[in-house]
Every structure is written in structure tokens, then in C-alpha cells.
Ligand binder design. Structure first.
Ligand code: SAM
Length: 237
């Protein structure tokens, strides 16, 4: 097999079998995790299931060991390939907007580190997630498996969605799109919600679209965020 991981990315696998022990332990950083939960609650997150998931999922395991001391700051961090693990408040806000219920089928576009997927899985969702960078896809797959989660992951262009498993109760796009990707709207269940940041490459407005009928959608425009770009056929070039 071709080794496509950089040395720093391989470090995580050296400790791979001991994710539940020693320096990468789940239990480590428990106090910092609760402080982070308090912070995002103060910023306006109300959904107790989201807050509980943030309090339980070990974010430090989704970043390189060089960044684990910063894993419980409310900030985005680099994960390689010029990409980031989203800010915890952003993850919580997008998840809250999805109104996830246990058993919901959720599609995520932009697996990245796998952290957002873990939050959704922790909340009892059935998660489908697409990533375009092979290294990130493989890294997230390994970590999520090590943590005992069973997501459906795909390497490819998520701007087209994942038609084979549609319809979804919720779709969350974790990269900024130039326009709302039409394919994603069509992959929603009636009543399902699409949460997608839309704008230019400097700033995006969070849009929530609810499919209210076969050809009917309700659109809500929420606050501004800053995401890495959604690159693909229905995204940026
Ligand atoms: N949800 C991620 C997490 O929890 O770490 C955040 C990831 S980052 C903000 C956005 C991700 O979207 C990046 O990993 C990027 O490679 C990915 N991405 C961008 N365009 C994409 C596309 N068309 N299809 C799939 N993934 C894409």
C-alpha cells in the first residue's frame, strides 16, 4: 500500500492503538472540555444534546498532537491540506440548526478531521460524510473507527451530495459554497434541513433550507461565518 501520510500525520497512528489510554486518552482534558461547553452555551447554543456531545467527544484526538493543548480553545485549528477542524461554536451552531434526532440520517459535506461527524454520531445520527482530500478521508476513517463509531465515509466531490443514500433528514456543509448547491436540496427528505454557509471566499451567511414539499423549500438566513471554500463541480473551481 502506498504511504500517503506526512510524518506529523503518522504520529497520530503511532498512538493509534492507545487512543483510549495514556496521552491520547478520552478522559484527558475533561475539565477543559466542560469549560468549552460553558463558553459555547454562553454564546447562545441551547440544544442540550449538542452541548452534551461537545462535552463527551474528545476533540484533542482529532487534531495533531502538536495542537492538542489548544483543542479546547473555541477556535479552528489546522488539520493539513490547508484545511481546518471547524471552531467548536461553529460545529455546535450548525448541529443545532439541523435539529438532529436519534436515528436521523445525516449527510455531512467535508469530513475534514471527522470531529463534526463524531458529534453527530454521538447524538445517535446515522452519518454519511464526504471528503475530497484522500489524506483527511483516511485519517478521519481511522480515528472514528478507533473511537468505536461506524460512519459511512466517501472520498469524492461532496458538492454533488451522495445520491446513492438519499434522501437525508439533514445535510450539513462544512465548507463555504458560492451558491446553495441544488443537488443537495433535492437529496433532502420532505421536512429535512440543509445547513450551508454561502457567500464569497471571505465571509459567508449561514443558510438553513427546509424542504417543505416536493418542489417547495423554506429559506432562513442566519449569522455570518468564515469557512474554507467548498471546492467542486457545484462549488468553487
Ligand atoms: N467537518 C470538518 C471537521 O469536523 O473537521 C470541518 C472540515 S473543514 C472546515 C471543510 C472540509 O471540507 C475540508 O476538509 C475540505 O477538504 C472539505 N471540502 C471542501 N470541498 C469539498 C467537496 N466538494 N467535497 C467534499 N469535501 C470538501
Amino acid at each position: 500500500m502506498v504511504n500517503i501520510l506526512t510524518p506529523s500525520e503518522k504520529r497520530i497512528f503511532k498512538t493509534g492503538n492507545s487512543l483510549t489510554k495514556g496521552s491520547r486518552s478520552h478522559k484527558r482534558f475533561g475539565r477543559r472540555r466542560s469549560q468549552l461547553v460553558k463558553k459555547i452555551e454562553e454564546k447562545g447554543i441551547k440544544d442540550q444534546n449538542v452541548l452534551q456531545a461537545v462535552n463527551s467527544v474528545p476533540r484533542h484526538i482529532f487534531v495533531d498532537t502538536a495542537f492538542e493543548n489548544r483543542a479546547y480553545e473555541d477556535s479552528a485549528l489546522p488539520i493539513g491540506n490547508d484545511q481546518t477542524i471547524s471552531q467548536p461554536y461553529t460545529v455546535a451552531a450548525q448541529t443545532e440548526l439541523l435539529e438532529v434526532k436519534k436515528g436521523d440520517k445525516i449527510l455531512e459535506i467535508g469530513t475534514g478531521s471527522g470531529y463534526q461527524a463524531a458529534i453527530l454520531l454521538h447524538m445517535g445520527a446515522e452519518v454519511y460524510s464526504v471528503e475530497r482530500h484522500e489524506k483527511l478521508y483516511l485519517n478521519a476513517k481511522e480515528i472514528l473507527q478507533e473511537l468505536g463509531y461506524r460512519p459511512h465515509l466517501k472520498l469524492g466531490d461532496g458538492s454533488l451530495g451522495w445520491g446513492a443514500y438519499a434522501p437525508y433528514d439533514g445535510i450539513v456543509v462544512t465548507a463555504g459554497a458560492p451558491v446553495v448547491p441544488e443537488d443537495l436540496k433535492k437529496q433532502l427528505e420532505i421536512g429535512g434541513k440543509l445547513v450551508v454557509p454561502v457567500g464569497d471566499q471571505k465571509s459567508q451567511v449561514m443558510i438553513r433550507i427546509t424542504r417543505t414539499g416536493e418542489d417547495e423549500y423554506k429559506e432562513e438566513r442566519l449569522s455570518h461565518f468564515k469557512f474554507v471554500p467548498l471546492i467542486g463541480e457545484k462549488g468553487w473551481d
